[in-house]
Design a protein around this ligand. Structure first.
Ligand code: PXP
Length: 238
């Protein structure tokens, strides 16, 4: 299983003062030096954390893989086509939300999703769709031409009892197997931390996880390099 680190929260801290520190670019480079497999950032329509300057600089400097999370807004799609990340992950976006709250409804927005996938493909950008672990959504993702899915693990992460966690884990396992059967790459993310990653890493069909908040939160106390290295050990089970 590979680990990609989402650096949005570093930009959130920078925006708290509206100045220059801490710089998410520096964070990306430290994550790479610590051994991550890729960097993730979300250019939101309201630019609440990552901004245009960040994505262009990240494109220039990230040597592993750049995964740009994005909505299907035409202006954002046009920026993605210029930036040319290695991967574009389409997510739903609502202005008022604190963070992404669920998967993209690929069934409902099928025609628009297909159109955006085609536009990104014509710019040689691989496309992942962030979806809930629901059969119809994954089938629609394959039909829309996506290369990968990212399974939303937020419901799993929010469970309280062990029994509930097991149930959600089984949904993720089923979704991951289905994704593989449909020839899709399978990523997973949202709400993953140093504890709930352990049962999840047993799902062999998951190629990659995308983790942000828990790593940046730990980094405040132990430093980014240590926080990243500890998560790499857990994700890889070494
Ligand atoms: N994957 C997607 C699609 C997301 O929107 C987010 C949050 O930005 C993450 C992964 C990372 O979630 P977290 O910050 O909870 O680790």
């Amino acid at each position: 299983m590979r680990l990609c680190v989402n650096i949005d929260h570093v930009a959130t801290l920078r925006q708290a003062r509206g100045e220059f520190e801490p710089d998410p670019i520096t964070a990306a480079l430290i994550c790479e030096l610590a051994g991550v497999d890729g960097i993730v950032c979300h250019l939101r329509e309201d630019r609440r954390h990552i901004n245009d300057r960040d994505v262009y600089l990240l494109r220039e400097l990230v040597k592993t893989k750049l995964d740009l999370e994005m909505s299907m807004d035409p202006q954002i799609v046009s920026i993605a086509c210029k930036v040319k990340p290695d991967l574009a992950t389409l997510v739903p976006e609502r202005r008022q939300e604190l963070t992404t709250e669920g998967g993209l409804d690929v069934v409902k927005y099928f025609e628009r999703v297909k159109e955006v996938v085609e536009e990104l493909h014509s710019n040689k950008i691989e496309v992942s769709l962030f979806v809930d672990p629901v059969e119809e959504q994954i089938e629609a993702a394959a039909e829309a031409g996506a290369d990968l899915i990212e399974i939303h693990t937020g419901f799993y992460a929010n469970t309280i009892s062990e029994e509930e966690a097991k149930e959600e884990l089984e949904k993720i396992r089923y979704a991951a197997k289905l994704g593989k059967r449909l020839n899709l790459g399978v990523n997973a993310g949202h709400g993953l931390n140093y504890l709930n990653i352990i049962p999840l890493r047993e799902i062999r069909e998951i190629d990659e996880v995308s983790i942000g908040h828990s790593i940046i939160a730990k980094a405040v106390f132990v430093g980014l390099e240590n926080a990243v290295k500890e998560m790499i050990r857990l994700v890889k089970g070494v």
